[in-house]
Design a protein around this ligand. Structure first.
Ligand SMILES: Cc1cc2nc3c(=O)[nH]c(=O)nc-3n(C[C@H](O)[C@H](O)[C@H](O)COP(=O)(O)O)c2cc1C
Length: 246
């Protein structure tokens, strides 16, 4: 099989890392791949901040509810939505940037962030390294912004732990492919049955992985999505210049 396809099909988030460092060459290759990723408007609205310092990783771990893999993995990369560089480009022409105050600007920039994240994941896996993305850096955005020294118009969106895997995680099952791939037109056929089946499959997967609670997927999603998550993000984003609608 094509080795790239095999690597991508084999994706899993790993949360168990050895103490072995990530080499400078591997880290440079991962960042180079992400730097070449496509970007809307060629706007290049992304920066990455590489954190190797153990004390800084411990602080990021604390921001993210103490997730231990952040302190353990030797490299943490924060992917930053960055409209600071484009603001500087506009300033050369005496213009004031407002794109970051529109939903479209946010969608566009965060899409770029996701592509950079996915590219780094693929590159790290291709080099035999393990990864886990970390969205919980948004728990305390002002602290992350201060730690990374981010200027205005920059927002940390997601991080990525990178390291050598100790105990490999099992592949996590997904909802049926029929709920993901739609040919020509979106189809809702079989969705309820697929969720019911997935609730059973995922609970079994989590039990096998040692999770005693092993909630059904629909149950944990219901617990997370019946309220607005991290409402304080609005204020922290506004303070950085991302005031949607104004
Ligand atoms: C944007 C994003 C944020 C995530 N945040 C976290 C996180 O804070 N902590 C964590 O342990 N996993 C995090 N994950 C990993 C997901 O839990 C994981 O991708 C999902 O459960 C599917 O498992 P798999 O990646 O092993 O296939 C995140 C993944 C993504 C894409």
């Amino acid at each position: 099989m094509n080795p790239t396809i095999e690597t991508l099909r084999n994706h899993r988030s790993d949360r168990s890392f050895t103490d072995a460092p990530v080499s400078d060459a591997d880290l440079a290759a991962i960042v180079d791949c992400a730097h070449r990723a496509p970007t809307a408007m060629n706007g290049q609205h992304v920066s990455v901040v590489v954190t190797r310092d153990a004390a800084a990783r411990a602080r990021i771990s604390a921001v993210a509810n103490g997730q231990p893999w952040i302190a353990k993995a030797p490299v943490f990369i924060t992917v930053v939505l960055d409209y600071h560089k484009t603001a500087a480009a506009l300033a050369r022409h005496g213009r004031t940037q407002v794109v970051q105050t529109s939903l479209e600007g946010l969608i566009s920039g965060v899409t770029d962030v996701g592509i950079v994240l996915g590219t780094m994941i693929a590159a790290a896996h291709a080099l035999g390294l393990g990864v886990v993305p970390i969205g919980s850096i948004r728990n305390r955005l002002p602290e992350m912004i201060a730690l990374l020294g981010l200027p205005a118009d920059c927002l940390p969106i997601v991080g990525l732990c990178i390291g050598h895997v100790d105990r490999q995680a099992p592949l996590k099952p997904r909802l049926a492919l029929s709920t993901f791939r739609h040919d020509e037109r979106y189809s809702e056929a079989g969705l309820a049955e697929a969720i019911e089946a997935y609730d059973r499959v995922l609970a079994e997967h989590l039990q096998n992985a040692g999770r005693k609670d092993a909630p059904a997927w629909s149950q944990s999603i219901a617990g997370a999505y019946d309220h607005k998550p991290r409402p304080e993000v609005d204020q922290a984003a506004a303070a950085q210049g991302f005031r949607i609608g104004g």
